[in-house]
Write a protein that binds this ligand. Structure first.
Ligand SMILES: Cc1ncc(COP(=O)(O)O)c(C=O)c1O
Length: 391
């Protein structure tokens, strides 16, 4: 430990004592939703590869082809050295997929959220932000220097009251995830749109966990809840159901042009690797052409929730779709149960503070379309036994 930073050892010891220390580890993705960890081959119920596209041979082949015909890295910010044909094609494909005139890419979903919010909102504005929003939305709000009010999760009365109080602010914004990443529930988007309408506010939403999963065409929760035209800004990521890496905004041409000129996480960062662009474009084709993935995923989610109930476990009532939280409470207990599940062949996330409130440490089980019915049943039984025995 460096002599100039002696407090770091104390901070790490404190985290360990509270059961909050994160452990680095290596895992290797295998086929069909399995991965290899230091405990052997396990079924992956921890990652966000909802449609099993991260290891799809067609997606990988597209990345390889782009690698072989160009460069590995994008070499600079796209505003400095230009972007490749792979970037342009992906922007066009995303715009088409999202039924919008144009799209802009970011190096990650985190960069898309931070950069977009900080570009659009500014000092003098008022932002209302759901308490359970992803860290990247919160960081974007903070960076914007707008006045920030965090409202209790889904507390629509407070949201409306606070927005009304901000009538003198230059602009008013509601910022929300459409699917909350640790609770798996959908934001009440039609209500949020109504409130925005009544209060002269605009909605910025993050569809990270909804793209590819919700909506008849896989465009996300806004499509599923029929509010696409009522939401001012929709941000997405390529790293979850699309199975690759990167972030994006698809929307009206003026919005995209504005972000090209003002979103600092895009302007001052090297562009996405071209191979990721090629891979993501093929993944979008697969999502459009193979709707059975979404259907199969939805059936697996229903089956798993039923099996959990049979095993005596209630997930949170509001969760729907592929993210299934099982609240354990104590952080050390969550880690212990996850480790025991891994010994039985299931990789499950143990989620603790600061990602979720301290007293709500949980298992975060993620269902994908690669999971087989029998594995869903076995995992539900295992969770039932472990949670009742060890918590
Ligand atoms: C809701 C939400 N938004 C944004 C992100 C960031 O996306 P990315 O991993 O592509 O940076 C995440 C990632 O965990 C997320 O859960």
């Amino acid at each position: 430990m460096s002599h100039s930073l002696p407090w770091i050892a104390d901070a790490l010891n404190e985290l360990a004592a509270e059961g909050l220390l994160r452990r680095r580890r290596v895992t290797r993705l295998l086929a069909d939703g399995h991965c290899e960890t230091d405990t052997g081959s396990v079924i992956d119920f921890a990652s966000n590869d909802y449609l099993n596209l991260a290891s799809d041979p067609r997606v990988i082949a597209a990345a390889v082809e782009a690698l072989q015909s160009g460069s590995v890295g994008a070499r600079a910010s796209p505003l400095v050295c230009g972007r490749t044909e792979w970037h342009e094609r992906l922007e066009q494909r995303l715009a088409q997929f999202e039924a919008q005139p144009d799209a802009i890419l970011f190096p990650t979903g985190m960069a898309a959220n931070v950069g977009t919010i900080a570009a659009l909102c500014g000092p003098g504005d008022l932002i209302l932000c759901d308490r359970f929003n992803h860290a990247s939305l919160v960081d974007g709000c903070r960076l914007s220097q707008a006045q920030l009010r965090v409202y209790r999760h889904d507390d629509l009365a407070t949201l409306e009251r606070e927005l009304k109080k901000g009538a003198a602010n230059a602009r008013r914004w509601i910022v929300t995830d459409t699917v909350f990443s640790m609770d798996g529930d959908l934001a009440p988007l039609p209500d949020l749109c109504d409130i925005a309408g009544r209060c002269g506010a605009n909605l910025i939403v993050d569809e990270a966990h909804a793209t590819g999963v919700f909506g008849d065409n896989g465009r996300g929760a806004c499509e599923a809840l029929n509010v696409e035209d009522r939401v001012a800004v929709r941000i997405g990521t390529l790293s979850k159901a699309i199975g690759v890496q990167g972030g994006f905004v698809a929307g009206p041409s003026e919005l995209i042009e504005f972000l090209w000129n003002r979103a600092r996480t895009q302007m001052y960062s090297t562009a996405l690797a071209p191979a990721f662009c090629a891979a993501a474009a093929v993944a979008l084709d697969i999502i459009s052409n193979e709707p059975w993935r979404r259907t199969q995923l939805a059936a697996a989610c229903t089956l798993f929730r039923t099996q959990l109930r049979i095993a005596g476990i209630e997930s949170t009532a509001t969760s729907c779709g592929p993210i299934v939280p099982v609240i354990v409470g104590d952080p050390q207990a969550a880690v212990r149960v996850a480790a025991r599940l891994e010994q039985q062949g299931f990789l499950v996330g143990a989620i603790r503070s600061p990602t979720v409130p301290k007293e709500t440490s949980r298992l975060r089980i993620v269902i994908t379309c690669a999971h087989r019915d029998e594995d869903l049943g076995r995992l539900a039984m295992a969770i039932g036994e472990e949670v009742t025995q060890f918590v």
